[in-house]
Structure formats: C-alpha cells, structure tokens
Design a protein around this ligand. Structure first.
Ligand code: ZN
Length: 397
C-alpha cells in the first residue's frame, strides 16, 4: 500500500513536471520548481529521468537573475509519435503527429459508399500504411469518430453514416496493432485539439466547441478537462429541439432538431426546395446542382435568397448557444466545420442571436469565434489525449 502511494506521488510529480515543460517552449529547472511548487531536488531527479528517456533535452543557457546562468530545457517534439484518425468526413484521414501537434504525414481515403465492415477495412488500410512510416517510438492511436462513443470501453455505440453499432474499435485496433488506442467522439476530440494546440488557451480554461457540418455536435471542456456527461453523451446538441411545431423529421426520429435547421445538410436541402420560388437568385436553378460551394458563392455575392437561408441557420445556432451559456456560463464558444465558410457575417448573426436570447450578464464576456486548427482539430485532439497521458510517455516504471 505504502509502495503504491509512493509510486502514485512519483507519477503525479512527473506529470506535473512534464505538463510544465509541454506548456513552455524552453524552461529552466528552477522555473519548473517555482511553477510546480516541487523542491529543486525533486525536479532535478525527474528531469534526469525524462532526459534519459529522450523526451527532453538541454537546449542552451538562459538569463541569470543572480547566480549562474540556468540551463534551459525543451521537449524533444519528435521523440514520440502518435497516429491520429478523423472518421467524420466523406473521407477517412489518418496522420502521424508529433508531441507538439506537428503533422508528419497524412493519408486520406474516400469512404463514401462504404459502411460496416468495408469502412473498417478502409480504416485498417490507412493505419497499415501509416505504421510503415512510423520511425519513432509510437505512443498509440487516437480516433475521433462521429456518433455516440463509450470512451471508457472504446466502443462506438452508434455511428449512423458508417452503419456501426456497438463496434469495439479500441479492442480491434489494440489487438491488431499492439499499441494503446483511444476512441472519442469527433466534436469532443476537436475541442481537446483546439484547447491543446490552439493559441492563447490556459491549461485551466473552459470552452465549448460546436462542430457544424452534416450533423451538429459539441465538445465541452470544463476547467481544462473534457466533460463527457454521466452517460458519455454530453454535447449532443444537434438533437435539441428548436422548432416546436411543424419541424422537419430528424434522423434521430424526432422533429425540429437543431440539425434539421442549422447544419450544412439542412441548408442545402432548404436551398434546393426553395429555389423555384426565387427565380432571380444567383444560385443554380437546377436543385441538384446546389451544393455548399454554390451557396457560399451566392452568399458572398450578396444574393438575398442565399443570405436569408444562411442567416436563418445562424439564428438557430445562436438560440442554442444562449442555452449553453445560460446553463454553464462558459465564456469561450468555438465554432468549427463546413458552415464556418460563411465567415464573419454568419458569425456576427450567431452572436446577435445568442445575445438576443440570453441574459445580458452571462453573454457580456462570452466570446464566440471560429476555431484555429480547421480540419486538423479532430486528428490533433485525438492524439493530444495520448500525448497528455504522461504515463504513456514512459516505456516502463
Ligand atoms: Zn434529431
């Protein structure tokens, strides 16, 4: 028991030192001791261990504030690699990522028309190819997938577009590749990605990332940690009902969900259905030819039909943001996904709507912005989970 406690303290201190080194591009032992409140002797001993593991190196001499000049330490960013997978698009993307979130290699394979086992085979094909290119110690594989995920057990409960139900993806990948695997929902992964590798986030920050593409989901980070809810489904905001009467049927079986009025899919559907009534619109008059790029072009050109459609979607997003802010009072809302192509105007309309539907006080300091990492946020978030599980950085002990 005592031994277990000692090991626990050792692991905890090591994680503290590592997270401090991760958070700084260069840092001295004395500065680490000051930040972590550990003794200099403890810090020195931990630093020797992690230098021996090749994770950290001495990179030069810093400025002295009395006494001799301190030696600066820095993370060796390519000392470990990870494989990250993003399964949320019409193509699967896999990448080799280093400890600083720099992508070293990417492979993507179109998945449209494939589901079930065939989709799983495509996933294996990507990982097989990436594995050939891994030349550094591998920490593991992180997967961001659409749908409901039981993260603890690594099971995809339901991913409709891929036709996966109760798929034990973590087990399947761990057995095949013999490396740790972490599977989480794509929006949750994106939230972790933005928070870990985006600029200007403090470790204890809270944020909600809203991912708006075919479907709509959110990742909630509270005081630096992912909040998944009691059943792992936190952030399923796409199925909040926002149209009470006469709403469209949603793929979940309900009517009037946020997804049916504010997703990219819903926007395209509305444009196709309405184009006949707007002969003066700049959109293609053949409904089938209307896609997101066409709507974007008409929107940017000031076409009133396209503007109305897009700004209507923004109003609904704003209504749901007002609810989120009302419940959680989280002051940073980050938007991601295809719909962000509508830029400032869409963003401003969301902001106006959120303001209109919420109390003044909680909205006052709330920032709504477009994410920094774009389409890489899911891959980077899925791997960030591995990179910040400091126990994985050590082969033994
Ligand atoms: Zn729904």
């Amino acid at each position: 028991m005592e031994k277990a406690t000692r090991q626990h303290t050792k692991d905890h201190n090591r994680a503290l030192v590592l997270s401090t080194i991760f958070a700084n591009s260069q840092i001295s032992r004395a500065e680490i001791a000051r930040i972590t409140k550990l003794t200099r002797t403890t810090v020195s001993s931990i630093v020797s261990d992690i230098i021996a593991e090749g994770l950290v190196e001495e990179v030069g001499v810093g400025t002295s504030y009395g006494g001799k000049n301190p030696i600066l330490l820095s993370l060796v960013e390519d000392s470990r690699w990870m494989i990250g997978l993003d399964l949320s698009h019409s193509q699967f993307r896999g990448a080799i990522v280093n400890l600083r979130g720099v992508i070293r290699d990417v492979i993507s394979i179109p998945v449209e028309g494939y589901d079930g086992n065939e989709a799983l085979e495509l996933l294996y094909r990507i990982v097989d190819q990436l594995m050939q290119k891994v030349t550094r110690p591998l920490l593991g594989i992180g997967v961001g997938t659409p749908g409901l995920v039981n993260t603890q057990e690594g099971i995809i409960i339901n991913a409709v577009n891929l036709n996966w139900q109760n798929l034990p993806l973590t087990n399947l990948l761990e057995e095949r590749y013999n490396t740790p695997v972490y599977v989480l929902n794509d929006s949750q992964a994106a939230a972790i990605g933005e928070k870990t590798f985006g600029e200007g986030y403090s470790p204890e920050e809270s944020m909600v990332l809203i991912n708006i593409r075919r479907g709509i989901g959110a990742g909630i980070v509270i005081k630096g940690s992912l909040f998944q809810g009691d059943g792992g489904c936190a952030g399923e905001i796409g199925h909040i009902v926002v149209v009470k009467e006469g709403g469209e049927l949603c793929r979940c079986g309900n009517h009037g969900c946020l997804e049916t009025v504010a997703s990219a899919q819903a926007l395209i559907k509305k444009a196709r259905a309405g184009i006949r009534d707007f002969p003066e619109s700049a959109l293609p008059h053949e409904p089938k030819q209307i896609d997101l790029p066409a709507i974007k072009e008409a929107f940017d050109a000031g076409d009133s039909f396209a503007q109305k459609l897009v700004l209507d979607t923004a109003e609904y997003i704003g209504i749901v943001i007002a609810s989120i802010v009302g419940v959680l009072n989280i002051q940073k809302i980050v938007l991601l996904g295809d719909m962000t192509c509508f830029g400032e105007k869409w963003l401003n309309a969301i902001h106006d709507s959120a303001q209109k539907y919420s109390l003044q006080k909680p909205m006052l300091n709330t920032k709504i912005e477009i994410g920094q990492l774009g389409e890489n946020s899911i891959i980077l978030g899925a791997t960030a989970i591995l990179a910040t599980d400091y126990s994985l950085l050590f082969s033994q002990s």
